[in-house]
Design a protein around this ligand. Structure first.
Ligand SMILES: Cc1ncc(COP(=O)(O)O)c(C=O)c1O
Length: 463
C-alpha cells in the first residue's frame, strides 16, 4: 500500500499508525496482506475499534468475520485467563486432555446429521481445509477434489490449490496441487449462462449441475470430494439456489465422493442459523470451521463422520499444538455465548433490518445494484449500470474510504472487487448499529456527490 501518498488524503491524525506502517514495511513481507487503509489497530471492545492515534471506529468487518460475539467478550477473556493460569497446553499428540474433548463433544452435537461424528483441530481455516482434503482422499482412495471458481479456501498448499479466486497462472510459481477441478458457482445475480437466478433458481441450479458434471467427467483417479462454501464469501457473498445445493449433495452421494461443507466464514450463527448449510436442509459429510470459532483465538475444526475422519492414517492430523487448551477453552466459551445471547436470532433480525435499509437506500443511490443477505452474512453489490449489472469497484472503494474517514470499518470484496462487506458482530448494540448506518448513509452520499478525491483510487488496492 502506498500509505505515504494515501496519508495526504486522510483528514484525521494518523501519525502513529503511519509510524507503525513504516516499521512494518521494513520487517514483514508484503505477501501477508491486502491492506486497505493506513491504520494500525490498537485496541477493541465489543463492536468498537481504536487505532494507534486514538481514532474510534464502529466495526463492520469484525476482523474478517472473526468476532461474531464481539471483541474481547468477557466470557472469552475469562476462559482464556483461567486456562492460561491452570495449563497453557500440553501436546495432545502424546497425551489426553479434556478441553479438546469437551469442544469436540459440543461441535459434533451442533452439526446436522445422525451419523457418529468426531472433530480434529487446527489453527485457521486453511489448515482445516487441508485436513478435509486429506480425509476425502484417505476415505475414498481417490484423488480429485471438486472446488468452485471464485471460492476462497486459504493459503496453505492444499487450500490454496482449491482456491478459485486466485487464477491458476498466479499460483503456478508455487506448483499447486493439480488434482483440483473447478466448476462455476451458481451466482443468481451474474453468471456465465445469462440466467436471472432470483427469478429462475431451478434453471440456474440445472445449468450449474451440468457444469459440475462436465468438470468431473473422466477425471483419472476418481472424485474424492466436493468442497463448497454454502455462501461464497470472498467471491462477494453469493447465495446459491437451494435446489443446487440439494442436487450437489445427492450427486456427491451417488458418486461416492465426500461432501465438504466449508463454513470458515459462514458459520457460528452469522447466517441466522448455527451453520449456513442448515438453510439447505442437507446433511454434509464433513464441516470445516475456523475464524469465529475461537472468538479471536486461533483455532479451526474439521467436524464430521467418524468413519471418514478415522480413515486418515496416524499421524496425519498431528500438530504439536492441535486442540490447544487455551484455544479450546475460548471456543467453548464462544459456543456457550452463542446460545446464551441467542445470537443466531439476533443475526437474523439485524440482518433483515440492514438489508431493508440498503434496499431503501437503493432508491436514492442507483449504484446499489444488489443487496445479498442471510442473517449478518451480507454483501452490497455496487454497479455503474443497474440494467447491465456492471461491477463498479471504484465506487465501492470510494464508499469504503469515506466510511473509514468517518469512523466505520467497511471494506470491499468479491470476484470483481465491487461488493461492500457488511459483517458487524452479531450482538452489536442497537445504538452502534444506528450510528454505523448514519455513517454509511453519509459515506454513500460522499461517494455519490464526488466528495471522495479521485486521487485515493489508484492508491487503494482492495480485493
Ligand atoms: C471461506 C474461507 N475459507 C478459508 C479461509 C482461510 O482461513 P484462514 O485465513 O483462517 O486460514 C477463509 C479466510 O478468509 C475463508 O473466508
Amino acid at each position: 500500500m502506498d500509505w505515504k501518498n494515501l496519508r495526504k488524503f486522510a483528514k484525521k491524525d494518523i501519525t502513529k499508525s503511519c509510524g507503525i506502517i513504516e516499521r512494518d514495511e521494513k520487517t514483514i513481507p508484503e505477501a501477508v496482506a491486502i491492506k486497505y487503509f493506513p491504520m494500525a489497530v490498537d485496541k477493541a471492545e465489543g463492536a468498537l475499534v481504536w487505532d494507534a492515534d486514538g481514532n474510534r471506529y464502529i466495526d463492520f468487518l469484525t476482523s474478517a468475520a472473526v468476532y461474531n460475539i464481539g471483541h474481547s467478550h468477557p466470557a472469552v477473556v475469562e476462559a482464556v485467563k483461567a486456562q492460561v493460569q491452570k495449563l497453557q497446553n500440553y501436546t495432545t499428540v502424546y497425551f489426553y486432555n479434556d478441553r479438546p474433548v469437551k469442544l469436540a463433544e459440543m461441535l459434533t452435537a451442533s452439526m446436522p446429521g445422525d451419523s457418529p461424528k468426531k472433530a480434529a483441530f487446527g489453527f485457521g481455516g486453511s489448515d482445516a481445509v487441508d485436513s478435509a482434503i486429506k480425509a476425502a482422499r484417505a476415505f475414498t482412495g481417490r484423488k480429485w477434489i471438486l472446488s468452485f471458481k471464485d471460492s476462497y479456501h486459504g493459503m496453505t498448499y492444499g487450500s490454496l490449490s482449491a482456491t478459485g479466486i486466485i487464477d491458476g497462472k498466479t499460483k503456478e510459481c508455487l506448483c499447486p496441487d493439480a488434482r483440483i477441478a473447478f466448476a462455476e458457482y451458481p451466482d443468481p445475480y451474474r453468471n456465465s449462462w445469462g440466467i436471472d437466478g432470483y427469478a429462475e433458481p431451478e434453471k440456474l441450479a440445472a445449468a450449474a449441475m451440468e457444469a459440475v458434471k462436465d468438470a468431473v467427467a473422466g477425471l483419472e483417479g476418481g472424485l474424492a470430494g466436493i468442497l463448497i462454501e454454502p455462501a461464497q464469501g470472498d467471491g462477494g457473498m453469493i447465495f446459491p439456489p437451494k435446489a443446487f445445493m440439494q442436487q450437489l449433495v445427492e450427486f456427491a452421494k451417488q458418486s461416492g465422493a465426500v461432501f465438504i461443507d466449508e463454513e470458515v466464514q459462514t458459520g457460528m450463527a452469522r447466517s441466522g442459523k448455527m451453520w449456513a448449510i442448515e438453510h439447505f436442509d442437507v446433511v454434509p459429510d464433513l464441516l470445516v470451521s475456523a475464524k469465529a470459532l475461537g472468538g479471536g483465538m486461533p483455532i479451526s475444526a474439521l467436524v464430521g463422520r467418524s468413519d471418514i475422519l478415522d480413515s486418515v492414517p496416524v499421524p496425519f492430523f498431528a500438530y504439536t499444538h492441535t486442540g490447544h487448551s487455551v484455544n479450546c477453552a475460548a471456543a467453548a466459551a464462544v459456543l456457550e455465548t452463542l446460545q446464551e445471547e441467542d445470537l443466531a436470532r439476533q443475526a437474523a433480525e439485524k440482518g433483515a433490518r440492514l438489508a431493508a435499509w440498503f434496499r431503501k437506500q437503493a432508491e436514492n443511490y442507483p449504484f446499489i445494484g444488489d443487496v445479498r443477505q442471510q442473517g449478518l452474512l451480507m454483501g452490497v453489490d455496487i454497479v455503474s449500470d443497474k440494467e447491465k449489472r456492471t461491477p463498479d469497484k471504484a465506487m465501492a472503494l470510494k464508499i469504503s474510504w469515506a466510511a473509514w474517514e468517518r469512523g466505520l470499518i467497511l471494506i470491499t470484496f468479491g470476484k470483481h472487487g465491487n461488493v461492500l462487506r457488511v459483517a458487524p458482530p452479531l450482538n452489536i448494540p442497537e445504538d452502534l448499529l444506528d450510528e454505523g448506518l448514519e455513517i454509511m448513509n453519509a459515506s454513500l452520499d460522499d461517494a455519490a456527490s464526488g466528495r471522495v478525491p479521485e486521487g485515493v483510487l489508484p492508491l487503494l488496492k482492495g480485493w
